[in-house]
Structure formats: structure tokens, C-alpha cells
Design a protein around this ligand. Sequence first.
Ligand SMILES: CC/C=C\C/C=C\CCC/C=C/CC(=O)SCCNC(=O)CCNC(=O)[C@H](O)C(C)(C)COP(=O)(O)OP(=O)(O)OC[C@H]1O[C@@H](n2cnc3c(N)ncnc32)[C@H](O)[C@@H]1OP(=O)(O)O
Length: 278
Amino acid sequence: MYHLKKFNVTSGKYRKLFSSVAKVIDVSTDDKTNITRVYLQRPPVNSLNSHLLTEISYIMDDLEKTKCKGLVLTSNIVNIFSAGLDLTEFYKTDIQKLSNFWTTLQNTWLKLYTATFPTVALINGHSPAAGCLLALSCDYRIMLSPHYTIGFNEAKIGIPAPFWFIEVMQSIIGSRKTELSVLTGQMYKTDEALAIGLIDETAINLTEAESKVNSFFKNIIAFPGKSRSLMKKDCRDHIVQKFLLKKDEERELVIEFIMNPKTQKNIELYFKALQNKV
Ligand SMILES: CC/C=C\C/C=C\CCC/C=C/CC(=O)SCCNC(=O)CCNC(=O)[C@H](O)C(C)(C)COP(=O)(O)OP(=O)(O)OC[C@H]1O[C@@H](n2cnc3c(N)ncnc32)[C@H](O)[C@@H]1OP(=O)(O)O
């Protein structure tokens, strides 16, 4: 259950806006700029389960209502931005739970991708699969170097990345690079991600990253009217419209694929490999 609390618990730069019972997210807003920082903090690896996705979804609703001037999406978990979808949502589940989970993912993604305010991903850790999607769905990406990785690794698990994951990546790095990337399940180090355009800037530490985040907002914050958000809509609308058209059909395909015993076996093996890695 998510609660919106507008209280000034901090006397410093940021005021706390939101709190949630499980605290899988921390949110703070700069009083002067009305730019909000959203910190994912679901141990151990910020994997996206129904609860975390629902929290993100509520926050997106609230930020739209409160006329937010900008969102910085980042992580409070050391070395991890997000490990992508929580694979336990796929494993030994039932059709209704899976259907609810997928619908939550679809709706939450749509809110992030179509946010009317500017969004920046400050990628301060590994970002595979849906973690990468979260970052790609923001307007701008700044990633800490050199140790972290980002990309769509779904091929390695034996589950295809959905078409809208692929189309978002295509819109950023182009068709050929996307095809190479998803078919090989490639994870890119920070500098490689920069070289192919998957991210926009790198930073050697958090201080430099924050300074780059501030420069990004400084450049655009004074733009008059709604022209920026109208153009963002135009840039993304072809993906959004296709997504809306195929959303229900896709959910059924996902359920069929995930519930298949062969897929269940692949997920089980992948989990074991994760747990046994040296
Ligand atoms: C029409 C279409 C038809 C069909 C399509 C069907 C389905 C579509 C769905 C496809 C979309 C998928 C998107 C996804 O996001 S899938 C998830 C992919 N994510 C991963 O592969 C990440 C795997 N994790 C890692 O690589 C590492 O954990 C990571 C680099 C993030 C962190 O490494 P670190 O060494 O710091 O931690 P670990 O020891 O590996 O992990 C700690 C514990 O966390 C568990 N873990 C890790 N990732 C996940 C996860 N994604 N879900 C659940 N649990 C996860 C890991 O097992 C460890 O657990 P314990 O051993 O401590 O119990």
C-alpha cells in the first residue's frame, strides 16, 4: 500500500514527499526546482516485482498531478540500478498472478515512457533487461563508469524481450545495433554503451553524475510552454500506439510462453546458475 505524505521532515535541500510501508522506494523533491529524485531500494538487487512496479506507478501519477519539473530515477542499492523483472514473478506462478503482474508492468512502463516532464536515469549500477528498459524509457541517461553493465540479456535466459522493449532500444540506437544486441543478449560496459549511444553521458563518480544531471535540467528547465513535452509525445507516439493496440494480445502470449514447462525449466536453470556463480 502506497501513501502520499507531504511533510517537511528534512530541513536541508530536499523535502520528503512520499513514504511507503515497505520503503522499496525513497522519494525526495528539491523545493526550489521541483525536481524529484526517485531512489529504487528493494534489496537485494532492485528486481521489479508487482509491489515495486505499483509503487513506481503511483509515484508517476503523483508527479503528473503535482506538476513535477523533472524526475531523476536512480538506485539506493550499491552497484545495482535494477536487476530487471523479478524472476520469481515468472516461476511456479499461476495465470491470474502472472496476468496481474504483466498488466502492472505494462501500465507502469507506459507512465514512465509518456511522462510529460523531463526524466533522467542516473544509472549507478548494473542494469540488465527491464532495468535497462527503465533507463531507456527516460529522456536522458547518465551512467557511472567503468564497472557497470547495461543491456537486454533476455536471450540468455531463454525468454524473448517484448516488442516494445526492442522498439524503445531501436528508437535510441537504431535497428541494426538493436538486432545485434538483443539476438546476442549483449551486456555493455559503460564505455561500450556510450559508444553505441545506449547512454548519453558517463560519470566517474556520483558527484560528477549529479553535476551532469543538473546541467541537463539547467538547459531545459526554462523552456516556455509545453513544446518540449508535445515533441516528446510525437517522438514516442508510434511505439505507444502500437503498444496500446497489442497490449492485451501480448499479455496472453506472455502467459502462454511463461507457463510452458520448457520455459519454467529454463528459468529454473537460470536461477540455479545465478545462485551458483563464482
Ligand atoms: C510475445 C512475447 C512472448 C513471450 C515473452 C515472454 C516473456 C517476456 C518477458 C521477458 C522480459 C524479461 C525482462 C527481464 O527483466 S527478465 C530478468 C532479467 N534479469 C537478469 O537476468 C538479472 C540477473 N541478475 C544478475 O545478473 C545479477 O544478479 C546482478 C548483476 C543484477 C547483480 O549481481 P550480484 O552479484 O550483485 O548479485 P547476485 O548474487 O547475482 O544476486 C543476489 C540475489 O538476487 C537474486 N536475483 C538476481 N537477479 C534477480 C532477478 N532478476 N529476479 C529475482 N532474483 C534475482 C539472485 O538470485 C541472488 O539471490 P540469492 O542467491 O541471494 O538467493
